[in-house]
Design a protein around this ligand. Structure first.
Ligand code: WTA
Length: 654
């Protein structure tokens, strides 16, 4: 763990108890919350078993709560059977058939409303269309879609028939798409002609075509939803329009009854090696925590309009767009576009237009909007909002205070939710009706979640504000099941550091005097750029794959909107450009990384050197590179460097 990660400098003393206004309508009383914690404390497994019986409609009830016989491959509710789509849709029909499930707003401002009844029908029809394309239980399906209602319909249709979806964010490149198709051995891609973002068209079908040209032999067909209507190529025998695929399909589709431990979906995320990991989630346990956190953290109620701004390409868009809210019968907002189009008031205009009551977004979006000034939010009626949330990275107290005052008008609690792709659902977060929050802290672990901060030896750190490793000491229902096709990597990454006893989150954290958690940063080589995880190794491999590049090292540099920006040091095969700067080449390499991974991974800055700083054993000294990227003086000992003379070049001084 690098030193900058374990030293804490933040001292925040402001405290915000739940407002009287929020408490007027909130669901969870202080007594109820005390009960939840107490019963989880008494017997963790019984606690989750009770929750699972209350929250899930089981086709076959489970008799075993947790099978730990093959730890760390934990199996929750192993003999229970259920279907997630049934729990999200069918069970709402009795009371809520005519309730709006989805309010969709397109980039250009077009709005559609879909009731639970309609959503159920459309999911069933599309599920039958998938069956007609030869998709059945256990098959993998790639979804590469814009942020439109059909993306959720496609996800729900997969889980209805027991197919395993893997959603690929629409901003990823052909090459990233190809890697995911090949790793999953998917039979089908569901995509669109394109998506609309900020007035521009995102070429999804063309990118899919180029991925499929590079291999992907497992793919038998491609379903294409017509969204933009612009010209695209359709390959006969392989590609079929969504509208043709669903014509003549019945609206009756019996859900496939799945084992609780059957894979529900795969979602790829960056790790410390060059290859993204296919995080595998379960059916029963995942659904359970998606639901419990909707109740505990979001206080979800029948009258709420819930808007989580995340794209379905990320875990947040799975748990808090496609599954959790629907499983609790909520009305959700889905937005195709970007927060700054047609202007920086778009989020607030939409909150007003659709009467949003709960709003959940990323600190990076908040910081970007702060820069645009208070007039944008102030020009809109935000009085329906009652609860705000953040996710993806630590929120800096200034941004928190702005969110609290300018958006929440000082009466909406803010839930700062810590969790990960691997955890499936919130782990450490306030319960808004009881927690007194403090800006920058995700506060306490939720009931049934045993989070702790430990030292290298695995001993709990009891000193306030001393940093250490964030771990989970007990399994929880929505936990990662494995890494798709790589059980060994699952064990090595998450369990080996503490000999299988604790789940290693990969974050460093501290606890303050009250026991509140503060996340301090990643301990591995993973960057957090605009709330998105990017592996430095992934970007380095992409750079090194360019014929001009001999070697590259990538580090994060603090950035006031994105959280971190990407700083790359590159050694060329040919001569180093004068003074280590070459704007033209930098543009070429940025575009190259964009093609290899996606636009989010493009380095913000590139500095060219004759060599990288290495120890005598050949290890790149990343901590030194981080210091240099920040433009700070080097105070650490550099005498162990094999090539100390390289420093001025790396600093841009030679
Ligand atoms: C970071 C996103 C501080 C953390 C749901 C974690 C956070 C990684 C917070 C997971 C938060 C997420 N405060 N840091 N509230 N939420 N993180 O898998 O480093 O995309 O390990 O899941 O984001 O990112 P992922």
């Amino acid at each position: 763990m690098s030193e900058d990660n374990i030293q804490s400098t933040l001292h925040e003393t402001r405290h915000f108890p739940p407002s009287a206004e929020f408490l007027k309508t909130s669901l969870l009383s202080a007594d109820k919350v005390t009960d939840l914690y107490a019963s989880a404390e008494r017997d963790n497994e019984d606690f989750w078993a009770d929750q699972a019986r209350i929250e899930i409609d089981w086709h076959t009830p489970f008799t075993t709560t947790l099978d730990s016989s093959n730890a760390p491959f934990y199996h929750w509710f192993p003999d229970g059977k259920l279907n997630v789509s049934y729990n999200c849709l069918d069970r709402q029909l009795e009371k809520n058939a005519d309730k709006v499930a989805i309010i969709f707003e397109g980039d250009a401002g077009d709005v559609q409303q879909i009731t639970y009844r309609e959503l159920h029908t459309r999911v069933c029809v599309f599920a039958n269309a998938l069956k007609a394309q030869n998709i059945s239980k256990g098959d993998r399906v790639i979804i590469y879609m814009p942020m439109i209602a059909e993306a959720v319909i496609a996800m729900q249709a997969c889980v209805r028939i027991g197919a395993i979806h893997s959603v690929v964010f629409g901003g990823f490149s052909a090459s990233s798409l190809k890697d995911r198709i090949e790793d999953t051995q998917a039979k089908i891609v569901i995509t669109a002609d394109g998506g609309n973002r900020g007035g521009r068209v995102i070429e999804l079908k063309a990118t899919t075509d180029s991925a499929l040209e590079q291999g992907c032999d497992s793919i038998e067909s491609v379903i294409v939803f017509k969204r933009t209507g612009h010209d695209i190529a359709m390959q006969s025998g392989r590609d079929i329009w969504w509208s043709d695929a669903i014509s003549d399909q019945s609206s009756v589709c019996e859900p496939e009854w799945m084992n609780a431990t059957d894979p529900l979906f795969l979602l790829y995320t960056s790790g410390s090696t060059g290859k993204p990991k296919g995080i595998q989630h379960s059916t029963g346990g995942y659904l359970l925590n998606a639901i419990t956190t909707m109740r505990w953290v979001f206080d979800i109620q029948d009258s709420d309009v819930f808007w989580c701004t995340a794209d379905v390409g990320w875990i947040t868009g799975h748990t808090y767009v496609a599954y959790g809210p629907l499983a609790t019968g909520a009305t959700i907002v889905i937005f195709e576009g970007v927060p700054t189009y047609p202007d920086a008031g778009r989020f607030w205009a939409m909150c007003e237009r659709h009467g949003v009551t709960i709003f959940y977004t990323a600190p990076t979006a908040i910081r970007a909007l702060i820069k645009q000034g208070d007039d944008f939010p102030n020009n809109h009626d935000l009085s329906k909002l009652r609860l705000l949330g953040t996710v993806g990275e630590p929120i800096n107290p200034e941004a928190w205070m702005w969110y609290h005052k300018v958006i929440g008008k000082e009466h909406c609690p803010i839930v700062d939710t810590w969790w990960q792709t691997e955890t499936g659902a919130h782990m450490i977060a306030p319960i808004p009706s009881v927690t007194t929050t403090t800006p920058g802290s995700c506060t306490r672990a939720l009931p049934g979640i045993d989070a702790a901060v430990v030292n290298e030896q695995g001993e709990e750190i009891t000193h306030a504000n001393e940093g250490g490793y964030l771990v989970m000491r007990q399994p929880w229902p929505s936990m990662i099941q494995t890494i798709w096709g790589d059980d060994q990597r699952y064990q090595d990454t998450y369990w080996s550091m503490f000999d299988g006893k604790y789940y290693l989150a990969g974050d460093s954290a501290r606890r303050d005097e009250e026991g509140f958690f503060w996340i301090m940063g990643r301990i591995d080589d993973v960057l957090n750029v605009s709330g998105h995880r990017l592996g430095t190794m992934e970007i380095e491999s992409a750079l090194a794959a360019n014929p001009l590049v001999a070697e590259a090292a990538v580090v994060g540099k603090p950035h006031d909107i994105k959280g971190e920006s990407i700083f790359a040091y590159v050694v060329l095969k040919g001569d180093r450009p004068e003074n280590g700067i070459d704007d033209e080449l930098t543009q070429i390499l940025r575009a190259w990384v964009g093609e290899q991974i996606g636009a989010i991974a493009k380095p913000d800055e590139i500095r060219y050197a004759d060599n990288l700083p290495k120890t005598r054993s050949g290890k790149i000294m990343r901590r030194l590179l981080r210091t240099i990227a920040k433009g700070e003086e080097i105070t650490s000992d550099t005498s162990t460097l094999e090539n100390e003379s390289i420093l001025p070049q790396l600093q841009g001084k030679a």
